[in-house]
Design a protein around this ligand. Structure first.
Ligand code: URA
Length: 191
């Protein structure tokens, strides 16, 4: 397992797949690396590629605002990153191979953050992190526990723009995240 600095260096120099040759910026992660919550998306979009930070485009702003409404702040309460660190052209879904190639970096990030809660945003993150056979429409909102960490998938925020009917469930899942977070904090404070 690499430490933060070495891991970042490795990612910024990575050309293990074609995505590395076409990026403007490698998008490593953002937020509090000591947080209990980790949010994982698919891959950077155009805005993220331009700016070098995850979830800063339209979908990201929706997510950030929704979390803020629950008093969950990026710089304090969560760390956020993606399965793939580089943007696939035209925002296509990363291939299985691209995801697999990048996955060790994500695993290393998880090992460094040691989150108590992981929320996967969208089908790609869900399949790479929680369940290869998973279906986000069927499995979202359900907590599973793995080695003392609670994991849940929900819709990708970009999906909310495409289909307004997903909004209520997305909000429900974020509220469930907050409840799980507060539950864990309460338990820790009583130990
Ligand atoms: N979509 C993602 O999955 N990740 C980002 O960082 C931005 C958009």
């Amino acid at each position: 397992m690499l430490r933060w600095k070495e891991l970042y260096e490795e990612c910024i120099n990575c050309h293990k797949c074609d995505l590395g040759d076409n990026r403007t910026n490698m998008v490593f992660g953002d937020g509090n690396p000591k947080a209990k919550i980790m949010l994982i998306g698919e891959a950077p979009g155009a805005d993220e590629d331009r700016l070098g930070y995850p979830f800063v485009g339209k979908g990201g702003q929706l997510l950030t605002k929704a979390l803020l409404a629950l008093d969950l702040k990026r710089e304090r309460d969560y760390y956020i990153c993606n399965v793939c660190k580089c943007r696939p052209e035209n925002n296509r879904t990363p291939t299985e191979e691209e995801g697999e190639t990048c996955l060790p970096y994500l695993r290393n990030q998880v090992a460094l953050v040691r989150p108590k809660i992981i929320v996967c945003l969208g089908a790609t993150a869900f399949r790479f992190v929680i369940d290869r056979e998973g279906k986000i429409t069927r499995d979202r909102g359900k907590w599973v526990e793995k080695k003392g960490c609670y994991l849940m998938g929900t819709f990708h925020p970009a999906a909310i723009f495409r289909d307004e009917s997903k909004k209520a469930l997305f909000w429900q899942d974020l509220k469930s995240l907050k409840e799980k977070y507060y539950e864990l904090i309460k338990i820790e404070n009583t130990l």
